[in-house]
Write a protein that binds this ligand. Structure first.
Ligand code: PEP
Length: 688
């Protein structure tokens, strides 16, 4: 685990921000341009696999072609907006751990001409790709301990939506490009490109004349006057079509481009880039297409990148009557994506193209203008992108707007009033619990013997800052070492973030070297004190009697005790845990008056779950919390019991807090390990 640096200087903050922007944008662009053209990504991966001799991996090309742009795009976006700050940098570094050596190899061995990092949008040389990857890796190493120091745009509660929305968006972009044609055509044969032009090869003559030592060329329409002397005549080619990009078609060894008359009216090119990969189910479809097209007087020409023998095999198998010629297979794949695909030419110019599956040939044959279908990919892209931006902006608005948060809460409150209480879905139970109970929900951190003073103050400030952007449904408290109390009290808003000590002495004052009294704790500004934690019972032999004294002194000094109880594993396993917990409560607290008992917060912490990663299940917690409440009710009456907050402690994390807190008798958590990171602690706070 990398040690976290705090961002101390403005320079550091701006650098993190700038790197988030640059690296994030690079990944987003790289993922997006690939997603636009999945066919192209598949071809490129196939090139790599062929170059490495890894033909066994070819069946998995499809899944890699989808996952690669998706992960790149999402990781880039998360870095950009600051979501999943640690995970994102690790994820990107994991990708670079693979890509960096790969690009080094490609730069030196040159097994493929273009690395394909940015699809066909920008062709970056293999050397520059290596440089780019070194820079990105260096930036990520810089970001690893620092990215966490800058806030996320979206709070933790809505971060999962920043996965879902962009992922759905990108998958739709992929589907559009894969089934029609890429939304943005970065290849040479765009719509409007002329691939055959009878008039394009006109040649013309230029005449060179000389006068006073100066030589100049003139065309036949602008010859100079007789003061100029004729010197020479030369023939030049005149291409009067800027969009001309010829293709070369072969019949066996012989070039037949001019013979197939591509520039003669309407011609439908049926492109089969690889006959061996084409599904047999197409045989019938293609024959039918040929019949329909021929009946309409349109010339259909099939072009493939395969060998003569494969063509013969295809003819026999599919009973194809249409003419089949060959052309360079990479040019063929450039002409249109899909296998098979169709390209409609009018007078040699590309009018329409599509994969065979979504081709609108019948409509075009029946008179619908082909250009009506052109640009449909772009329209879908504009819609999808607008929707994505709108949804993300709305999400941000909801996430940030205190007004809206209040409004939603009020609405929820009103809805809950109307709900029948017997409906026992977890949410309703939880909402109902919050609406009806008098006791407080509390999430309290117990830092134990962790953090230096400086680290502790920084962590407290981070939690304090995080609370400014929220209206939590619970009281939030941090329990910090004695040495930190006064400084933390000065650094936070103690009205919003409660401050607790982790212990206090069982004596009022005097010759007790090393002890810290309840009065001293109170004088720092702390309002709470954690007492009876299992670690103090175990390592410092604090008995029920000692704890009783501590509780009395804490209350006398205006401190709220967060009193911990809980059984060890053996007691859980031999079933004595109810008795153990009951004895702990009775032994230290049941001499208090009802009024004083009402000031206590209880924390049930099964010792076997503390710091072990093992959590009591929500049902186990509910069972014992209900038992504790009943024990209190038996002694002090139902009202006191109902008003006592009973927290759960023991490996509580953002991932399990919600389920635990949803239980009717679990009123929050006492958090150890997860309280040492502001993010995870706030994740637990957000569980309410
Ligand atoms: C604790 O010690 O109070 C505690 C609950 O620890 P953890 O959350 O690390 O299990």
């Amino acid at each position: 685990m990398a040690t976290d640096f705090k961002l101390k200087t403005k320079w550091e903050k701006y650098t993190v921000l700038a790197l988030r922007f640059v690296v994030g944008a690079t990944f987003v662009v790289s993922g997006f341009v690939k997603a636009v053209d999945l066919w192209g990504v598949e071809y490129k991966i196939a090139d790599y696999l062929t170059a490495f001799g890894w033909d066994w991996a070819k069946p998995y090309i499809g899944i890699v072609a989808v996952m690669l742009p998706l992960v790149e795009f999402l990781a880039g976006l998360w870095l950009f907006i600051g979501s999943f700050r640690r995970f994102t940098v690790w994820l990107m570094l994991a990708m670079m751990a693979f890509l960096l050596p790969l690009s080094a190899y490609i730069a030196f061995a040159n097994p493929v001409a273009d690395c394909g990092c940015f699809g066909e949008a920008f062709v970056v040389s293999n050397g520059w790709t290596l440089v780019k990857n070194i820079l990105i890796t260096a930036a990520l190493v810089f970001l690893l301990p620092r990215n966490h120091g800058l806030r996320s745009i979206y709070g933790p509660a809505v971060q999962w939506i920043t996965v879902l929305l962009p992922a759905v968006y990108l998958l739709l972009i992929m589907i559009v490009g894969y089934n029609w044609q890429p939304i943005f055509d970065f290849r040479p044969y765009k719509i409007g490109t002329t691939i055959a032009d009878d008039s394009a090869d006109r040649s013309d003559f230029l005449f060179t004349y000389e006068k006073d030592g100066e030589r100049r060329d003139f065309d036949v329409d602008n010859l100079p006057d007789s003061t100029w002397t004729f010197v020479d005549r030369k023939q030049v080619e005149v291409a009067d079509n800027d969009n001309l990009r010829r293709i070369a078609i072969y019949d066996g060894e012989e070039e037949v481009t001019d013979d197939v008359r591509l520039a003669d009216g309407d011609v439908l090119l049926l492109l089969i880039s690889d006959i061996s990969q084409i599904n047999v189910a197409y045989t019938f479809k293609l024959n039918e297409l040929y019949n329909n097209v021929s009946e309409s007087g349109v010339n259909l020409i099939c072009l493939t990148g395969n060998s003569e023998s494969e063509i013969v095999q295809w003819r026999e198998m599919s009973m194809a009557d249409y003419p089949i010629y060959t052309m360079d297979s990479s040019e063929l794949k450039s002409l249109a994506r899909g296998n098979p695909a169709v390209v409609w030419l009018r007078d040699g110019t590309v009018l329409y193209k599509s994969t065979m599956d979504s081709a609108d040939i019948d409509d075009i044959l029946s008179g619908k203008p082909a250009d009506e279908f052109v640009g449909r990919e772009l329209h879908v892209f504009i819609w999808l992108t607008t929707l994505l931006f709108a949804a993300m902006a709305l999400l941000l608005f909801i996430n940030r707007s205190p007004l809206l948060i209040k409004l939603t809460k009020r609405l929820r409150k009103n809805q809950n009033k109307e709900l029948p209480l017997h409906q026992n879905s977890q949410n309703q139970l939880n909402n109902h619990k919050q609406q009806t109970k008098m006791r407080k929900n509390i999430v309290a951190g117990n830092w134990k013997m962790n953090t230096t003073l400086q680290e502790g103050v920084a962590l407290a400030k981070e939690v304090n800052e995080a609370l400014k952007t929220r209206t939590p449904n619970c009281d939030v408290i941090i329990g910090v070492p004695f040495t930190h109390l006064a400084s933390v009290a000065a650094a936070i808003d103690t009205d919003k973030l409660g401050l607790s000590a982790e212990n206090c002495a069982d004596k009022v004052s005097g010759a007790y070297t090393g002890e810290v009294s309840a009065a001293m704790v109170a004088s720092t500004g702390a309002k709470y004190v954690i007492l009876g934690h299992s670690e103090r019972r175990q390592y410092y032999h604090e008995t029920a009697e000692i704890l009783k004294e501590k509780v009395v002194l804490a209350l006398a000094n205006g401190l709220t005790p967060i009193f911990c109880i809980g059984e060890v594993l053996e007691e859980r396993e031999n079933g004595t845990y109810f008795d153990v917990v009951k004895a702990q409560v009775e032994g230290s607290l049941f001499d208090l008056s009802a009024e004083d008992f009402g000031k206590i917060v209880l924390a049930y912490e099964p010792v076997w779950a503390i710091g072990t990663g093992k959590t009591a299940t929500a049902d186990q917690a509910q069972e014992i919390h209900a038992f504790i409440r009943k024990t209190i009710a038996d002694k002090y009456g139902a009202e006191v019991a109902e008003n006592t907050s009973i927290l759960y402690g023991g490996s509580c994390k953002p991932t399990n807090a919600k389920e635990l807190f949803a239980k009717p008798d679990v009123d929050g958590g006492l958090i150890g390990g997860a309280a040492l990171k502001a993010d995870s602690f706030m994740g637990i706070v957000d569980a309410f």
